[in-house]
Write a protein that binds this ligand. Sequence first.
Ligand code: TYD
Length: 206
Amino acid sequence: MTFITFEGIEGSGKTTQIRLLMDWFKARDIRALLTREPGGTSIGEQVRAILLNPINTEMTPEAEILLFSAARAQIVREIIRPRLADGWIVVCDRFADSTLAYQGYGHGLPMDDLMRITEFATGGLWPDLTVYLDLDVETGLRRKAATPEEWNRMEAKEVAFHKRVRQGYQALAAQAPGRWLVVDAAQPVAAIQEQIRARVKKEIRK
Ligand code: TYD
């Protein structure tokens, strides 16, 4: 019945925090399903493989957004809506806000087009709660890069792109403060999880 999404830039610690939250649901016998975007369905995973394959360098931002949206259209109808209707909590690692932040703020595609495509893909479904792990870009990318050499190889362009994505998330959160929980992801893991659980508790009591 409650749809929760997690958002953040690369290296913000989404995966760790999601895993801890799922453990918490499990310990309380709360029926919760974890899924991810792009992917989460057989069709979605096939689309994900196209999207994330480094060989596809010629992919245009327009094609990219339609592929992300195709995967989303499938997961909403095949998984998310049916589970919510059965009374489950659905947790999704990234959702529509990733499109607005990455394709909109990051790549600069027109927001009104993105909103129309996204509304069509989701059939108007938006999360009840979006947990956003906010972290500065350098720290995030450094966490992702295993070695300093790897970090050094990252182009300045990439840093600038992720900075726009972060600003995008911050702007989106400011536009709908009721739906977003913004957490400072530079805090220790346990402190972050505590804030997430406190908010989720409130959300599932509704
Ligand atoms: P993934 O390996 O799942 O990254 P992460 O562990 O950070 O979630 O790759 C997903 C990538 O796709 C990530 O860079 C964000 C991007 N993305 C978009 O650009 N638009 C979208 O709509 C979605 C869902 C993801």
